[in-house]
Design a protein around this ligand. Structure first.
Ligand SMILES: C[S@@+](CC[C@H](N)C(=O)[O-])C[C@H]1O[C@@H](n2cnc3c(N)ncnc32)[C@H](O)[C@@H]1O
Length: 275
């Protein structure tokens, strides 16, 4: 998007937003100068920013495709879905199961503005603008209720989102609440930015950059991320691996050594089944 870009209603182009920063790093066009400057401040410290973003996006896509292809999941709730990118969730899962339904949820007005790019035109997708910290609103939304059948297994995708939710908002309790709505045999796909193993100066720059966004950022430890999977059955991330929360580049990897890139080490995550 150029500087002659239009500013959709409800969007503040002078304050960076997580959705637009991520869009820029992935090579998207739904961002403003303030978002690009934010991303470049982090990028000035590390060559791994783009790799980290793509590692996360590919984990999201691989896990969603696997659930559709290998576990027969045909309904997906994509919480904190982000702006349209090549390979949106419905593109990926409908390539496997054309009748799969995808409900996108995001707090960002920019996502609402470009929702049409996300939507398939056959009624199999919907986008709602909501704050995941308000599960009553999300779960009671008529669009969600019209698309998702909670008596059947579904997948809850929460990738690269919960680092924007503070401890005070109890992200663990929120995930427990969402998962409790899902039928047995449903899945949680979750990734989360960490600080463990990363240079403290880089982590601090990230905190400084995101402090200028509406909500800040809260990188967490592996143990913190493991808590999201309490009571769930973690899927082994690759053949021969133990079922465990790992760096997400490893998930579904044919060659775990190759997949263990520096960008992968920004994240912990897993795919897990609700028994
Ligand atoms: C880094 S992007 C990740 C997008 C996508 N899930 C992925 O992994 O490729 C984080 C997204 O979470 C959204 N988000 C952050 N806090 C949220 C909240 N409280 N409720 C809903 N969405 C939120 C942001 O607007 C942004 O689009």
């Amino acid at each position: 998007m150029s500087e002659a870009e239009r500013v959709p209603p409800g969007v503040d182009p002078t304050t960076p937003s997580p959705a637009r920063i991520y869009d820029y790093v992935l090579g998207g066009t739904h961002n403003f100068a303030v978002d690009r400057a934010a991303a470049e401040r982090i990028g000035a410290q590390t060559p791994d920013l783009q790799d980290a973003a793509w590692v996360n996006r590919s984990f999201h896509q691989r896990a969603a495709r696997w659930l559709a292809a290998e576990r027969g999941i045909s309904q997906f709730i994509d919480l904190g879905s982000g702006l349209p990118v090549p390979g949106n969730t419905h593109d990926v899962v409908q390539a496997v199961e054309p009748r799969a339904r995808v409900l996108y949820v995001d707090i960002d007005a920019m996502v609402r503005a470009y929702a049409a790019e996300l939507l398939a035109d056959d009624g199999t997708t919907a986008v709602i603008t909501a704050d995941l910290r308000d599960p009553d609103s999300v779960l009671g939304d008529p669009e969600l209720r019209g698309l998702i059948d909670f008596s059947q297994p579904a997948a809850l995708l929460v990738t690269a989102v919960l680092q924007f939710v503070s401890d005070e908002a109890d992200p663990w309790g929120l995930i427990e609440r969402y998962v409790s709505m899902l039928a047995p045999g449903s899945y949680l796909v979750l990734s989360h930015v960490t600080y463990e193993g990363l240079p403290p100066s880089l982590v601090q720059t990230g905190r400084d950059v995101y402090a200028r966004t509406a909500g800040g950022i809260y990188p967490r430890s592996r143990a913190d991320v493991e808590r999201f999977f309490t009571g769930l059955e973690i899927v082994p991330p690759y053949e021969g691996a133990e079922p465990a929360v790992t760096h997400i580049g490893l998930w579904g990897a044919e060659d775990p050594d190759m997949a263990d890139s520096d960008g992968s080490r920004w994240w912990f995550g897993a795919v897990a089944r609700r028994p």
